[in-house]
Design a protein around this ligand. Structure first.
Ligand code: IMP
Length: 202
């Protein structure tokens, strides 16, 4: 049995810097090992994503939410970076077109017949202390290729065009457990979890 020491700095509440209950649920699954209550940020609190990198945006969101609530906060920022498009859509992934179908269409049109189709998903996660200072952060990546047309119905966002050659599947053709084990978000949490345990329970 492992001995867990609870110190004064050990929080029991962590505010998730998102208004999206789906994201909270997904974080809950990744953090199942840690005895923490997760809560959505207050609805009125809107944070503009003005950073130029995934990490900068994650820092901004975690820090602002922590300061506004006086609690520990966690934020993530993620997106798709296509090599032949100089890293686009990148931090603009969620805003690349009005609908997800149009976002996918725009990436496919911009790539056209270009044979160079390497891309990566990136996810930055940051945890801020109640005073807004950054306590922990991690970045996870998942490398793949952009198909010429969508395949599969699972997942969300750019999943149907993001293909993993070693699995011979797109993210949208995988069950959630497989996607989570390969994904940028899964990789970032794998780095972050031991750091969280060390920070709060050592
Ligand atoms: P965020 O919620 O501001 O981090 O925006 C992330 C955006 O990047 C999403 O709206 C998607 O367009 C894209 N994205 C991030 N992660 C994934 C993924 O796992 N699959 C598909 N699209 C993703």
């Amino acid at each position: 049995m492992t001995n867990i020491t609870f110190t004064e700095k050990t929080p029991n509440l962590l505010i998730v810097a998102t208004g999206n209950p789906g994201k909270l649920q997904e974080m809950q699954a990744y953090l199942a090992d840690i005895n923490l209550q997760l809560q959505l940020k207050p609805q009125h609190l809107e944070i503009e994503e003005t950073g130029e990198t995934f990490l900068a945006n994650a820092r901004l969101k975690a820090s602002e939410v922590a300061k506004a609530t006086g609690e520990w906060a966690i934020a993530d920022d993620s997106g798709l970076a296509v090599e032949a498009l100089d890293g686009r859509p990148g931090i603009y992934s969620a805003r690349y077109a009005p609908t997800v179908a149009e976002q996918i269409e725009r990436v496919l049109t911009e790539l056209g017949d270009n044979p160079h189709r390497r891309a990566k998903f990136v996810c930055a996660i940051t945890i801020a202390r109640p005073d807004g200072t950054i306590a922990l952060e991690a970045e996870g990546t998942c490398h793949g290729e952009i198909l010429h047309s969508p395949r599969g119905n699972a997942g969300f966002g750019y999943d149907p065009i993001f293909y993993l050659p070693r699995e011979n599947k797109t993210f949208a053709e995988m069950p959630p457990e497989s996607k989570h084990s390969f994904s940028h978000r899964g990789q970032a949490f794998q780095i972050l979890l031991p750091q969280m345990k060390k920070l709060w329970y050592d």
